[in-house]
Design a protein around this ligand. Structure first.
Ligand code: SOE
Length: 377
């Protein structure tokens, strides 16, 4: 068993999900590498020490450049706001480190291009944490689509709905609320939520050709926690777009943080010539399937409980019928990343794959501004 020494940058919610995955993966997946929580890095020393104690990191750093320069680190995990992804990832690639980067890959596609060039020049393994691909029911959907079972695809529909930014007195910026600060996040729901939907959509249904979007910022000014001043809000609070996929199907996507009652409702549905499938994050172990080829009165939607040993990833977990959850998608991503290193066949989404999603996000934002259809380059 070889060690895979992890250098984590950040200590927020995502750093927890990733740390949990590193600690769990070898208990359930047969691999020749074991992630070791070598060091965690953040500017706030007290907070990063507390995080290190909770998760069992061996050491802490307060300067990411020092972490990246350390000889005892194999892989850098980038769990910081989007405006820092590029600089850290390029430095890590130049230092010969593997990189696991939070989504979206960057602030925009131009930055993403630079990151791709850096990892490809350095030849280092790289991946972006679009974790929902690895919910077993979503992977099962991928297998069904790839088998051709649905026939020609006509429609792809996806939503990601939340409701946590409705209060007008919610500030923007800082550790907890950087997602509301355009300088740190690059965009609002487009990069944060729709990016997940777009990643899954491209994976399941192929590339997106062009988009027509509308975006809205419902609360125009918010106090900035770092400056203490009321500042313009530069992010999109809501975004919906139409698109054409390269395979001729039509796409319809919606995302908002203003859908009262919805905390993280990610759903998608695909309608094909013979069959349809749909999935809902709030019931994540189920895949709904309708097959028009079933004749007679038993024709109807079926709800597949994706928990059997012949379902993706499930033979690694409990006995058939017992559920797993959100955090397991990250465990699966670590398992696949390590298998990719061992086999020489990189696990997706690589930086290059994630760049495709970023290009669609950029086109969506451009279309929202111009109110015109925009081609995805
Ligand atoms: C935002 O609330 C958020 O945490 C996203 O940043 C994640 O990517 C998404 O999976 C859940 O919602």
């Amino acid at each position: 068993m070889k060690s895979l020494n992890i250098g984590m940058i950040g200590y927020g919610f995502m750093a927890k999900a990733h740390s949990n995955a590193y600690l769990t993966v070898n208990n359930f997946f047969k691999l020749n590498h074991r992630p070791v929580l070598k060091a965690v890095c953040a500017r706030n020393e007290e907070a990063v020490r507390a995080f290190a104690d909770t998760w069992g990191y061996e050491s802490v750093e307060t300067d990411w450049r020092k972490l990246v320069a350390r000889d005892d680190i194999d892989a850098i995990d980038v769990c910081v706001p989007n405006n820092l992804h590029k600089e850290i990832a390029i430095a890590a690639a130049t230092a010969g480190k593997m990189i696991l980067c939070e989504k979206p890959i960057a602030m925009n596609a131009a930055e993403g291009e630079e990151m791709c060039a850096a990892v490809e020049k350095a030849g280092v393994p790289n991946i972006v944490w679009y974790n929902y691909r690895r919910v077993p029911a979503v992977t099962h959907a991928k297998n069904i689509v790839d088998s051709g079972n649905l026939g020609r695809i006509f429609h792809y529909r996806a939503n990601f709905l939340q409701d946590w930014t409705i209060a007008e007195d919610l500030p923007q910026g800082g550790n907890a609320l950087w997602r509301l600060d355009v300088k740190a996040a690059g965009s609002g729901v487009t990069g944060d939520l729709l990016a997940h939907c777009i990643d899954t959509a491209i994976w399941l249904n192929g590339g997106i050709k062009d988009v027509s979007a509308m975006t809205e910022t419902f609360v125009k000014q918010r106090m900035h926690t770092e400056t203490g001043k009321v500042e313009e809000v530069g992010i999109d609070d809501a975004c919906a777009f139409l698109c054409h996929f390269n395979n001729g199907s039509l796409g319809l996507f919606e995302s908002t943080r203003y859908a009262r009652g919805h905390k993280a409702l990610y759903t998608f549905e695909i309608n094909g010539e013979h069959a349809s499938i749909r999935w809902d994050l709030h019931d994540l172990h189920r895949l709904e399937y309708f097959d028009h080829r079933v004749e007679g009165p038993m024709r109807g939607w079926r709800s597949i409980h994706v928990s059997d040993s012949d379902h993706p990833y499930m033979s690694n977990w409990w006995v058939p019928g017992l559920n797993i959850g959100y955090e397991h998608s990250f465990v699966h991503q670590v398992a696949d990343f390590i298998k990719g290193i061992e086999s020489g066949q990189p696990a997706a989404p690589t930086f290059r794959d994630a760049l495709e999603t970023q290009k669609v996000c950029d086109a969506v934002l451009e279309s929202g501004k111009s109110r015109c259809w925009v081609d995805v380059p």
